[in-house]
Design a protein. Structure first.
Length: 85
């Protein structure tokens, strides 16, 4: 079980009954031959900064499954400040 941090979620959380993994930073998990990339809210993918976003650094080199709380670029991602999420 995996819980991906969202924009209203705390930075730390524990799930003792379900023992779910709480993901708060970009992470990859391998299931057999499949690679899952997880990107919680507030991160710029696997790049160091939002200024350096390119299609090649938003995801790890291999990604079969993507779980994220970030909106797709240029699709309902405009903030009140005018910046893109």
């Amino acid at each position: 079980k995996i819980v991906v941090r969202g924009n209203h979620d705390p930075y730390t959380a524990h799930f003792p009954m379900s023992k779910a993994m709480y993901v708060t930073k970009p992470t990859t998990i391998t299931f057999g031959s499949k690679v899952m990339a997880i990107i919680p809210y507030g991160h710029s993918g696997f790049s160091k900064s939002k200024l350096s976003r390119t299609p090649t650094n938003l995801l790890p080199p291999t990604c079969d499954i993507l779980a994220t709380h970030e909106p797709p670029f240029n699709a309902l991602d405009k903030c009140l400040s005018g910046d893109r999420a």
